[in-house]
Every structure is written in C-alpha cells, then in structure tokens.
Design a protein around this ligand. Structure first.
Ligand SMILES: *[C@@H]1O[C@H](CO)[C@@H](O)[C@H](O)[C@H]1NC(C)=O
Length: 329
C-alpha cells in the first residue's frame, strides 16, 4: 500500500513538473504559430508585452526577429520614437505583403508602458532601442548569442535605411513599399506649374539677368567660398556653432581635424574680402580717371588684401600652433 501511494505521488508530481515545464517553455511550433497569426492580423507587427517578449526571445528560435523597444506615451514625449514608429511599421508591412517565407523574419514592438520589466531587466534608459535576434536553430541559424543593436545614429531613421540594414544581416532583400504621398505629389505639381508659368511671364525681364556674366560670377564665387571654407564638412559632421564652457565661448576649435560652425563663416568672410580686393584691383581701380585717386585705390586695396591674408594665416596659427606660414603678424 505504502509503495503504491508513494508511486502515485511521485508520478503525479512528475506529470505536474512536466506540464509546468511545457507551460513555461512553449514549443517552437506554438511560438511560430502565434507569431504568424499575430503578425498577419496586425499588418506584420507583433505587439508585445514583457511576457511575450521573454517568450519569443527565448531559445530555440528558428526565426529572426527585429524588436523595437519604444515609448509612444505622450507623457514621455519621445520624439525619435514617434518619428521611427511609422517607418518600422512600413518595413514590417512591406515584408508581410512581399509574401516571404513566413517564419524567416518577424517584427515586434514593445512599448514602455507594457514592458517596464524588460526595460528594467535590460537596464535600458533610452528609447527607441532596436534589437535584432538571429535564429539559433534551423537552416538560417547563426552562431551569435547576443542580439544586434541597431545604431540609429549610424544607420538612420528611415524605413529604407532600416530595411537595407536588415537585408545586410538577413542576406535577402527586405523591401520597402512606401505608399505614394498624393498630397505631396499634388503640391509639387502645382508648384512646378506655377514656377514654369512665372518663368514664361518674366522671361523678358530675367533674360538679361540670366545672360549676365556677373550673375554667374557671383553664384560661382559664393559656391566656391562656401566649399573652400568648410561648409560641406559642417553639413556632414554637424559640429556645434560655437562652444560654451564655463560661461566662456570659444569660436575656434583647436587642431586641424575639428571646427565649429562659426569658424567656416569667419574664414569664408576673410576669403571673400581677399577675392573682392583682387576684383577691385583688376576691375574698379583701372577705371578711376584721376591718377592720384587711382594710386590711392591701388594702395588701399593692396593693404586690405595683405592685411586680411595675414590675419587668415594668424587664424590658422591660433587653430594649430604648428602651422608654418606667416605674413607680417
Ligand atoms: C520553424 O519551425 C516551424 C515549426 O516547426 C516551421 O513551421 C517553420 O517552417 C520553421 N522555419 C524555418 C525557417 O525553418
């Protein structure tokens, strides 16, 4: 009797344990079925909470999964989250509609209000954060244990940039089918038609401006000054305009591999003064009738040219004390 009772207890606890294990660890089949259902019902996006997150991220996975941890609550006011959300959903939707192998890639979204536990567990304190989990089993399994983290600053916020990042990892094309923006097309058409009409109306007036050598010389000069003064660098690297430190403002960044926004403007103005002096010497001074005034003009513009040029060298030396050239100062 005792033995049978013992055996019964043993067996029932074994069964209980086994069912607990199954409840805690859903099988791959059920995970894939759930993901397929959830994503096809919701335009390709699986909305997660902390439990679902843990469940889908848990191994084994024979699917890839891109999970966006975001915070769309207006109270949190996460502007990049709002900016990226439609782009992420666009990629998910395009992937779904392209009819790819279903369990290849899934898109999940975990909002902070449903996923505080996950945020706390991962020690995340900024949003959006995007993780990419590679499959651990199956034909596409990769031998990486940590998820990849999408770097927004490097890769960008647009659907196209995100999709090309995914394509790179996945080794297959992730498409983006952006619905046409009819309003923008309409406005652009109106603007182009308006511009064409006004060009036609004003052409007789504009012809002399367009044909004038001075117009093109001015445009070229402005473009050249912008380019040689480092405007392109500012455009690409986006440095601060000036730098504040301990209530002191610095206008000039030290070293040649750095600059502030205002620096390129200072340099452009100096180059501009130099080139205007040369133009004045070539074009304006020879037209002066009075010989004395002409001589005075020559000295004046020469003086301006040399002073500005030597100041420019001085500026380069402030920026980098190793700069070898100088003129007067
Ligand atoms: C992943 O597993 C599920 C369930 O076994 C299966 O239906 C699916 O085809 C598998 N996917 C891949 C990419 O192997």
């Amino acid at each position: 009797m005792e033995v049978r009772k013992f055996f019964f207890i043993f067996l029932s606890s074994f069964v209980l344990l086994l069912s607990l294990c199954y409840a805690a660890k859903p099988s791959l089949e059920s995970k894939v079925a759930l993901l397929n259902q959830a994503s096809s019902q919701n335009l390709g996006v699986v909305e997660l909470d902390s439990n679902l997150y843990d469940e889908f991220v848990a191994k084994p996975r024979n699917y890839s999964m891109a999970i966006l941890l975001t915070a769309l609550d207006p109270q949190i006011n996460c502007i990049p989250c709002k900016e990226f959300d439609p782009e992420f959903r666009l990629v998910a939707r395009s992937w779904l509609e392209a009819g790819n192998e279903p369990s290849r890639l899934y898109f999940g979204v975990l909002d902070f209000k449903n996923g505080r536990e996950v945020y706390a567990k991962l020690g995340l304190n900024n949003a959006p954060t995007l993780f990419y989990f590679s499959p651990t089993t199956g034909p596409y399994a990769k031998d990486v244990s940590e998820p990849y983290k999408y770097e927004f600053n490097r890769h960008g916020f647009s659907a196209e940039e995100f999709a090309s990042y995914l394509s790179g990892i996945l080794g297959t094309q992730v498409p983006v089918k952006r619905p046409p923006n009819y309003f923008a097309i309409f406005i652009t058409t109106i603007l182009i038609l308006g511009a064409l009409a006004s060009i036609k109306l004003m052409y007789p007036m504009m012809e002399s401006i367009i044909r004038s050598k001075n117009t093109w010389a001015t445009i070229s000069l402005v473009v050249i000054l912008m380019m040689i003064s480092g405007h392109m660098w500012n455009h690409i690297r986006g440095p601060p305009y000036v730098y504040y430190q301990n209530s002191q403002v610095s206008y000039i960044a030290h070293g040649f591999s750095n600059q502030f926004g205002i620096e390129s403007q200072i340099v452009a103005v100096m180059y501009g003064i130099c080139s205007f002096s040369v133009i004045a010497l070539i074009h304006l001074v020879p037209k002066v009738e009075d010989k004395n005034k002409q001589r005075f003009g020559t000295y004046l513009w020469m003086g301006i040219l040399f002073t500005t040029f030597s100041l420019l060298f001085a500026l380069f030396r402030i920026k980098n004390p190793g700069y070898p050239f100088k003129l007067f100062i």
